[in-house]
Write a new protein. Structure first.
Length: 170
């Protein structure tokens, strides 16, 4: 390799490293720890992307079979939703209660396309295991797998986009 070629390559590596450093520094200045301010678009996008990837990966194994009687499962899920979920997501599943609105991230609008795009296995995993660093608790120690499936089946009956102006995220 000639000296001129080596110099060009070195300059290119330094420029790339400096560009990455600037991107990281600017990105970090946009992320705040307090829950008083809404997170920026970059933070929201990255957190949502990582959450979806981790849920998808985690839900690939260990998901038990769903109950066979879908209608009975939905009816039981409706009752469980009222007892376990409505206190944050709201009785209508898209208007969070005060508790759900004061969380950050906010309690999800369960009728939103973002939530409804999750597979059944992914929803099961979320309900059973919860989502760390959010208000979503893990129900795996207090509800049976059958009850969790009942909730998933009930969530599938919710009208999509019941309240499109809702500010809640997935």
């Amino acid at each position: 390799m000639s000296k001129a070629s080596w110099m060009k390559r070195s300059i290119l590596v330094v420029l790339i490293a400096l560009t990455l450093a600037v991107v990281v520094i600017v990105g970090l200045t946009q992320i705040r720890l307090d829950a008083l301010q809404e997170p920026g678009h970059v933070e929201t996008f990255l957190a949502t992307l990582v959450k979806h990837l981790l849920v998808r990966r985690s839900s690939r194994e260990g998901i038990p079979p769903a109950p066979a009687n879908l209608q009975a499962s939905i009816e039981e899920g409706d009752k469980l939703y009222a007892a376990d979920c409505s206190m944050c997501h709201g009785p209508d599943s898209h208007t969070p209660t005060d508790s759900g609105r004061w969380m950050y991230p906010r309690a999800s609008d369960l009728t939103s396309p973002a939530v409804q795009r999750y597979s059944n296995a992914e929803l099961f995993w979320i309900v059973k295991n919860g989502v760390r660093l959010s208000g979503m608790p893990a129900f795996g120690r207090v509800e049976s797998d059958e009850h969790i499936w009942n909730l998933v089946h009930y969530l599938r009956t919710l009208p999509r986009n019941a309240h499109p102006e809702s500010g809640a995220t997935d």
